[in-house]
Ligand binder design. Structure first.
Ligand SMILES: NC(=O)C1=CN([C@@H]2O[C@H](COP(=O)(O)OP(=O)(O)OC[C@H]3O[C@@H](n4cnc5c(N)ncnc54)[C@H](OP(=O)(O)O)[C@@H]3O)[C@@H](O)[C@H]2O)C=CC1
Ligand SMILES: N[C@@H](C=O)C(=O)O
Length: 271
């Protein structure tokens, strides 16, 4: 009996690779033998990481500075994903949070978050998805957040952007997984990175048992990826809660589009 060859993931493009979860993904993927393309704005930090990873692992690491909220920069990264056959994995990780909520944030801050957390991962997933489907192999990993499931707990612009990429990943998975392309959405809870300080918050104000270390988060997410998960929630101990949530959602499916208005919305005389 012949078995299908394992897909090879030769080069991974990691966005938001200058620090935080992206830098840890770069480290872990280098140790798995991937060559890397690191994308973020801070070229100096990425060069330092690249030098370390080249020295420690021997993989090839390219630094591609880009501001993903800038459409010309974003188009350059899309073009690279579309044209470089060595890239077989996209880590759609770059993201930001806001200092304030929807009602207290400046318009340009809200637009920047939407550009970075929604537009960029969408267009990068589109470029990578088309290239990977054409080759019948590849993987798109996108970092969402548990806040996708908890809109009442945080600012809705951020949590809405994370609900969006969760939805996008689940939809994309149903389209491309039959064509050999893996899709995973990772939902971290609070994790110790610079995102907190960058958005004017003190992660140490949370109870210590609520905050995961970045290395633990990425190691768990990659284990979920290895197990073939489409959605990975590293902090959630009771997997049955997620399964029940998905089942409840899917159970609504047959009732979601009907000719008839639901009885509770009919005028009493018509009911
Ligand atoms: N930490 C947490 O508690 C959680 C994080 N997440 C998500 O995880 C992902 C990674 O976040 P995390 O590591 O915590 O955050 P960090 O702030 O530590 O890192 C964010 C990364 O994104 C890059 N980045 C920021 N703005 C831009 C930009 N305009 N263009 C290109 N790159 C940019 C930063 O690099 P540079 O400044 O050099 O551009 C940096 O490499 C995000 O999507 C975040 O929403 C989800 C749940 C919880
Ligand atoms: N990154 C956090 C918020 O800023 C989160 O997603 O929990």
């Amino acid at each position: 009996m012949t078995t299908a060859p394992e897909p090879t993931f030769a080069t991974a493009l990691v966005t938001g690779a200058s620090t935080g979860l992206g830098a840890v993904y770069a480290d872990r993927l280098a140790r798995r033998g991937f060559n890397l393309i690191l994308v973020a704005r801070d070229a100096g930090r990425m060069e330092a990481l690249a030098e370390t990873l080249r020295g420690q692992t021997g993989v090839a690491v390219e630094v591609l500075p880009a501001d993903l909220t800038d459409r010309a920069d974003l188009a350059r990264i899309e073009a690279r994903l579309a044209s470089d056959p060595a890239i077989t994995m996209l880590i759609n990780n770059a993201g930001m949070s806001l200092n304030n909520g929807l009602l207290d944030s400046a318009t340009d801050q809200i637009e920047q978050l939407i550009a970075l957390n929604i537009t960029a991962p969408t267009l990068l997933a589109s470029a990578a998805g088309k290239a990977f489907v054409a080759r019948g192999t590849g993987a798109i990993i996108t970092i969402a957040s548990v806040l996708a499931l908890a809109p009442e707990m945080f600012d809705g612009v951020y949590s809405g952007s994370k609900a969006y990429v969760l939805n996008l990943s689940q939809s994309l998975a149903s389209q491309v997984e039959p064509k050999g392309v893996r899709v995973q959405a990772v939902l971290p809870g609070a994790t110790r990175t610079e995102i907190w300080e960058r958005s004017g918050k003190d992660v140490d104000a949370f109870p210590a048992e609520m905050v995961m270390e970045a290395g633990d988060l990425v190691d768990a997410a990659l284990l979920g990826f290895d197990r073939g998960e489409t959605v990975t929630i590293p902090p959630l101990a009771d997997e049955g809660q997620w399964t029940a949530f998905v089942q409840a959602r899917l159970a609504m499916g047959p009732g979601l589009s009907r000719r008839d208005v639901a009885p509770r919305y009919r005028e009493p005389a018509l009911a």
